[in-house]
Design a protein around this ligand. Structure first.
Ligand SMILES: Cc1cc2nc3c(=O)[nH]c(=O)nc-3n(C[C@H](O)[C@H](O)[C@H](O)COP(=O)(O)O)c2cc1C
Length: 167
């Protein structure tokens, strides 16, 4: 199958997670295109879609939300999965599901939704991000569980069934 993996990531941590999911899909025999949400014009050339985004101040990235606004109908018409990266710290916080995630998952009628702990590196942040992080006293570090991300990628591949040539 032709699968689109489109991930919104300001600082790279979520993009790397998307690449792992793409790798698992390819390992299962699917053809995978990794395209930034801003660069996705249409999704009707794909049999399935995996969307991903980091959460910033309780919201998914604007680029991903805009993609769903543009292509919601087409996303609903094909199997679509959503993952997000957010909680940081040990144990990771917050573990609540942002309203944005619930709304977007509903908008695309997501087959599956997964949350993964994220990474926060102070060095790459702009001034307003630094201020926000200082305000919330968020703990910096890489809290990602990449094995869990890969396992989820395999779950998605399994749900898609055997890879087949596009008709
Ligand atoms: C300014 C800022 C705000 C954030 N706000 C949240 C938040 O509200 N909820 C959350 O779970 N994670 C929050 N995070 C954590 C990030 O989503 C997490 O570190 C993510 O893995 C970063 O992904 P990226 O490297 O792809 O940008 C925030 C991070 C930054 C820098």
């Amino acid at each position: 199958m032709q699968v689109l993996v489109s991930v919104a990531s300001r600082h790279g941590a979520t993009r790397e997670m998307g690449a792992l999911v793409a790798q698992e899909l390819r390992a299962a025999g699917h053809e995978v295109a990794e395209v930034e949400p801003e660069d996705v014009e249409r999704v009707d050339g794909y049999d399935a879609v995996v969307l991903g985004s980091a959460v910033y101040v309780g919201r998914l990235a604007l680029g991903l939300r805009a993609l769903v606004d543009r292509q919601g109908g087409q996303l609903r018409a094909r199997p679509t999965w959503l993952f997000w990266s957010g909680p940081i710290g040990d144990p990771p916080v917050p573990m609540t599901v942002p309203d944005d995630v619930t709304a977007l998952a509903r908008a695309v009628e997501a087959r599956g939704v997964a949350m993964f702990p994220g990474r926060l590196e102070r060095t790459g942040l702009d001034l307003s991000e630094r201020a926000l992080v200082a305000l919330t006293r968020a703990e910096a570090g890489d809290f990602r569980d990449l094995d869990a991300v890969q396992a989820w990628g395999r779950e998605v591949a399994e749900a898609l069934g055997p890879a087949r040539a596009r008709s």
